[in-house]
Ligand binder design. Structure first.
Ligand code: SAM
Length: 212
């Protein structure tokens, strides 16, 4: 079978970080960074959909070792330029719905701004569950228009269109409740589920792999 290529996000290796700041705002990125900084030590961490490594840099401070992964070669090159000097971090290409990792092998999985843009979020949750040890944590951050007022939602769409054009075909609009329920149905208990931000919003969820 032909190997799947990431085409949508691969168009923006040089402008991704700047545009993300413009679309969702520096304040919300700051709120997310604060939540990640508040987490306790995480052990062996894998990140799915790391992009340019913006959030990898933050979460790596909590990790003993970390593998940052993405499907886009162009964005992985940017992540290498950002994180390549840190010997605790490995950067490699993986499809988050079917990775090369062994079962029960990580203490934490991070998905930042990934689950709402992929076609099959359930498969990514199931893959996270497979590779996590029992008791391991799944940390999800995901932008959403849920909870925005009418005009803020319009402004968000217009900044998005100006930066990146039409959204990917499979864009999901989660609420904290709908995403938490999907995470639960993949075999996790929910430790935390909150909606961050005011003029732009992100859902922050921490799930824990349950003992069977
Ligand atoms: C919206 S960007 C978020 C990037 C980064 N996490 C951040 O927040 O700055 C979505 C990322 O998911 C990656 N991606 C999309 N589908 C993927 C898949 N099936 N497996 C792994 N990564 C994927 C894209 O290449 C892109 O880097």
């Amino acid at each position: 079978m032909e190997e799947k290529k990431e085409k949508y996000w691969s168009r923006f290796p040089d402008t991704y970080d700047e545009n993300q700041g413009y679309v969702v705002g520096k304040e919300l990125l700051g709120d997310i960074s604060e939540k990640l900084n508040d987490l306790s030590t995480l052990g062996e961490v894998v990140e799915f959909g790391c992009g340019t490594g913006y959030f990898s840099e933050i979460i790596s401070q909590k990790a003993n070792r970390m593998i940052s992964t993405d499907l886009s070669d162009e964005l992985l090159d940017k992540a290498k330029a950002r994180l390549g000097d840190d010997s605790r971090i490995t950067i490699q290409r993986e499809n988050c719905i079917e990775t090369s990792f062994s079962s029960d092998s990580f203490d934490a999985v991070l998905m930042a701004n990934l689950i709402h843009v992929i076609e099959d979020p359930v498969k990514a949750l199931q893959e996270s569950h497979r590779i996590l040890k029992v008791g391991g944590v799944l940390i999800i951050v995901t932008f959403t228009s849920y909870g925005l007022g009418f005009f803020d939602a319009i402004r968000l769409s217009s900044r998005y269109l100006r930066s990146w054009g039409r959204p990917p075909r499979h864009m999901h609009r989660f609420s904290p409740e709908s995403l938490a329920s999907l995470v639960e149905s993949a075999g996790f208990s929910i430790n935390e589920s909150v909606l961050l931000g005011s003029r732009t919003k992100a859902i922050f969820i921490v799930g824990q792999k349950k003992q069977l």
